[in-house]
Design a protein around this ligand. Structure first.
Ligand code: FAD
Ligand code: DHB
Length: 391
């Protein structure tokens, strides 16, 4: 039977980052990923990194390309009622955010892990975790047609919302909290310059829209859509028309259109499971919590979990101290709930929930208040750039 110190399930950003940080601290680990390397590296998802995430990627020695290619944004804009208001993140908080795609973060981490000779197993099928309520957890999986068994000290469940780890914990041991939203986001990626040099979040009577980017030549746009919407119903021309209708005239006029290179629909949900530890199994990132994308928090929250867990594991292997491992769930959940709250609030003021005009007027009043209040803008800005870390 093969053996490692930490078995990591999932090679998304949380699994890869944890693997790299443990490796740099002399802790042996294996990453088991269901999908192929190309699939993992090609998924278009998050785009905004908090400064704390940037620093953790640098600590993981996986931030060189990010530093030269990222776009540092000192502000974002909120558009509503035909106008737009800039939130000066830098002036309000002293901090900025970095635009650098999750795709690139993942590529950089895979390259760093591969260069270090990591045991990174893509296309690991039928991964099953067992005996994690004992001191000797086991992981079984199939790879290249053969069945493998792995013995370890700890299992890190970094396998996302649909992963196997959370589902392997006995039903009664976990409490789940969930809110689904009655809409999704239809997103496209196109090799055209962005409409503005910063992100624009737009509230419109027809629904939310977001102007984002991956670089000054690659744009990422989203429009709120119905949950049962079909991609086939959204040829590029319809997407661009709908996007422009939902933006103030000046911004709409600056949108440069072009053929999409990716198009997808993502549902919106809030989800938290408690606690994040069961025996020697730890849940990390999207396996533990999901937030609607509006606040750009999902990837950053995954990195924040990794930050707490890798430090706790390093401390354990160095000194046999278990108190940080014991506090993992509490520390990670505290941050998760703060992000759940912010993402829920930002979602609630920016999206169309019903045809009731009263609701829309309330949202416009809230945005009007925000735009005239330094206190309210500071609250938004400090959440958007990322709240301070506790440890
Ligand atoms: P994942 O990225 O889901 O990785 C989990 C991995 O586990 C996957 O590779 C999966 O294949 C693998 N896996 C699953 N099951 C198994 C199994 N049984 N065996 C082995 N492997 C398995 N976040 C932000 O911070 N900022 C943003 O701007 C932002 N925008 C977003 C926009 C969209 C449209 C979406 C959908 C998400 C966005 N997010 C954003 C959220 C962010 O993408 C996620 O929070 C992030 O991917 C979580 O990383 P993770 O590693 O925990 O999980
Ligand atoms: C992006 C996604 C988000 O959820 C967000 O809030 C900002 C940007 C993006 O994909 O670029």
């Amino acid at each position: 039977m093969d053996r490692t110190q930490v078995a990591i399930i999932g090679a998304g950003p949380s699994g890869l980052l944890l693997s790299q940080l443990l490796y740099l601290n002399g802790i042996d680990n294996i990453v088991l990923e269901r999908q192929s390397r190309e699939h993992v590296a090609g998924r278009i998802r998050a785009g905004v990194l908090e400064q704390g995430t940037v620093e953790l990627l640098l600590k993981a020695k996986s931030g060189g390309r990010m530093l030269s290619e990222r776009l540092v944004h000192d502000g974002v804009s909120l558009a509503f009622a035909g106008r737009s208001v800039r939130v000066d993140l830098k002036a309000l908080t002293g901090s900025s955010v970095s635009v650098y795609g999750q795709t690139e973060v993942t590529k950089d981490l895979i390259d760093a892990r591969t260069a270090a000779g990591a045991r990174l197993m893509f296309e690991a099928a039928e991964v099953a975790v067992a005996e994690f309520d004992s001191a000797h957890p086991k992981v079984r999986y199939r790879h290249n047609g053969r069945t493998h068994e792995l013995s370890c000290d700890f299992i890190a469940g970094c396998d996302g919302y649909h992963g196997v780890c959370r589902q392997s914990i006995p039903q009664g041991a976990l409490q789940t909290f969930e809110r689904t939203y009655p809409f999704g986001w239809l997103g496209i990626l196109a090799d055209v310059p962005p409409a503005s040099h910063e992100l624009i979040y737009s509230n419109h009577a027809r629904g939310f829209a977001l102007c984002s980017m991956r670089s000054m030549t690659r744009s990422r746009y989203y429009v709120q859509c119905a949950l049962d919407e079909k991609l086939e119903a959204w040829p590029d021309a319809r997407f661009w028309d709908e996007l422009r209708v939902r933006l103030p005239d000046e911004i709409a006029a600056a949108v440069i259109t072009g053929p999409s290179i990716e198009k997808s629909i993502a549902p919106l949900r809030s989800f938290v499971v408690e606690p994040l530890r069961f025996g020697q199994l730890f849940l990390v990132g999207d396996a533990a919590h999901i937030v609607p994308p509006t606040g750009a928090k999902g990837l950053n929250l995954a990195a924040a979990d990794v930050r707490v867990l890798y430090q706790a594991l390093v401390e354990y292997y160095r000194t046999s101290r278990t108190d940080l491992l014991e506090r993992y769930s509490q520390l990670a959940l505290r941050r998760a709930w703060l992000a759940v709250r912010f993402s829920w609030w930002f979602t609630s003021i920016m999206h169309k929930f019903s045809d009731d005009p009263f609701n829309h007027r309330l949202q416009l009043a809230e945005l009007d208040y925000l735009s005239g209040s330094t206190a309210a803008l500071t609250s938004l800005a400090e959440n958007y750039v990322g709240l301070p870390f506790e440890i």
